[in-house]
Design a protein around this ligand. Sequence first.
Ligand code: THU
Length: 131
Amino acid sequence: MTDSELVKLALKMREKAYCPYSRFAVGAALECSDGSVYTGCNIENAAFSPSICAERTAAAKAVSDGKRSFARIAVAGSSAEKCTPCGVCRQVLEEFAPALEILCVSGAGEVLETNLGELLPHGFGPKNLEG
Ligand code: THU
């Protein structure tokens, strides 16, 4: 899948967002190393804390389907800013893909290409529990 196809899926996925509190819809499209793609949206909650981001929704779908190796993710927000993953999502993605390519997308579809090593340098992962 091309970058722009993955970005399109993330933009489309925003329509599924449940975000009555922030009104900030986010969509994500996560490509696994085997080429399969899992999408996600943010799902908010009246108690606020249990809310989950689009990236973690997509990652939970992938892992619960047996996928543990991720290659790329596109994250599309709803503002002029390109949507970078929050700190919690960076940590969750680190577990499965410390070198993950990340496409951060603005509401209008502009893209910033980065990777998890840049967004979470010296991240804590499974290797830190060894030895
Ligand atoms: N959000 C995401 O889903 N992903 C991000 O990368 C940033 C923030 C969600 C969480 C909350 O539902 C809303 O956007 C506003 O923060």
